[in-house]
Design a protein around this ligand. Structure first.
Ligand code: GLY
Length: 357
């Protein structure tokens, strides 16, 4: 399986996609590293900690826990872990190893970004969503009550170690939530991946190794290309936010408790597809293909009690909103999206209503 290289202002880093790579974690720690702090959750550690302990062998390390759940992705637990690292003798030579899903990747990455003004982080993602998205690209941060990921920093990792074998025991809901980020990769930039997801649904849902490895490798390659071309989201990287503008509004509105991130993105993509068609960017035929593919990887939790106006009020707090203008990533056809900033608010309302219907 492949190893990719992300180009970054801070020198670039490898993204290794390989069954069993977790067992070689020690090989990927930065040379001359001081104390190693493994940051995980109690739940991930209960299920997978023994595998990482075996992999680290004689490498001394401390395990620190973050609370699980998007509603706990806040500044306070990061500060608490930083205090703990100081108590345990952490210094500028220390290294963080993030071992968990997207929330752990983002929070442990942020902890590394700000601890003693920045120490290296190695990302070892344990969920599908984190393997294909959160662990790659150096975005780190936490949520505010007013919006998702509104405090954070770009802090490229020293390495990303993606072991698809870790997904064999992932709960079904988490697995499907991650698949929506892969559907996103197909829609925004990879028509062949989109076609494969449509043709191979049974193999993908049955987690056949060949199918899982292929969709992960395709999605990772896409993300590596995009973030290497535009690390700081000045231009191309914005396409990765397809489905996220509405999705983040949905997560914030429901206080991060009703939807997994990937599920909110699934609803967000539906809204963006309706908007793309209504605003004249995308044909009805292509829109239907995209909506069908999203539907075929369901179910996602329903939107009962959520109204278009609730979400519209939230859109202005999104990071993609610049000087009051909401930027929407809209589909043009399968494999291509565009960023639109002049979309008629009435059409936005109508599109959200259609997606909620
Ligand atoms: N998840 C979107 C990005 O990494 O830019």
């Amino acid at each position: 399986m492949p190893t990719y290289r992300v180009e970054s202002r801070q020198g670039g880093y490898p993204v290794v996609v390989e069954r069993g790579v977790l067992a070689r974690t020690a090989d990927w720690l930065p040379p001359k590293a001081g104390q190693l702090f493994v940051v995980s959750t109690a739940d991930v550690w209960r299920h997978k900690g023994a595998e990482l302990e075996r992999a680290l062998g004689s490498v001394p390390h401390q395990v620190l826990y973050l609370p699980g759940g998007e509603e706990h992705k806040r500044l306070q637990p990061v500060e608490e872990l930083a205090e703990r690292m100081v108590e345990l003798g952490g210094d500028r030579s220390s290294v963080v190893l993030a071992f968990g899903g997207g929330i752990v990747n983002d929070m442990a990455g942020f902890l590394a970004a700000i601890f003693m003004r920045g120490i290296p982080v190695v990302q070892a993602p344990t969920t599908l969503l984190a393997q294909v998205d959160a662990s790659i690209g150096g975005k780190t941060g936490v949520n505010l009550v007013s919006g998702k990921n509104l405090v954070g920093s770009f802090h490229p990792p020293a390495a990303v170690l993606i072991d698809p074998a870790l997904l064999d025991s992932l709960p079904e809901r988490e697995y499907r939530a991650g698949l929506y980020e892969i559907v996103k990769a197909g829609i925004i930039r990879d028509a062949a991946l989109f076609a494969y997801l449509a043709e191979s649904r049974a193999a993908v849902l049955a987690r056949e190794a060949g199918a899982v490895d292929r969709i992960i490798a395709d999605s990772v390659r896409m993300k590596v290309e995009v973030v290497s071309a535009d690390e700081r989201e000045g231009d191309l990287r914005r396409i990765l936010n397809f489905g996220h503008t509405f999705g983040h509004a949905l997560e914030a509105h429901t206080r991060y408790t009703r939807f997994l991130h990937g599920e909110a993105v699934a609803w967000g993509m539906r809204a963006a597809i309706h908007l793309g068609q209504m605003a004249g960017y995308c044909s009805a035929e292509d829109s239907l293909d995209m909506l069908d593919l999203i539907g075929s990887y369901g179910p996602v939790p329903p939107l009962d009690g959520i109204y278009a106006d609730d979400l519209i009020a939230r859109l202005v707090h999104d990071k993609k909103t610049v000087q009051g203008k909401v930027h929407f990533v809209l589909p043009v056809r399968v494999g291509e999206v565009t960023v639109a900033s002049e979309v008629d608010p009435a059409t936005v309302r109508e599109a959200i209503r259609s997606a909620l219907a």
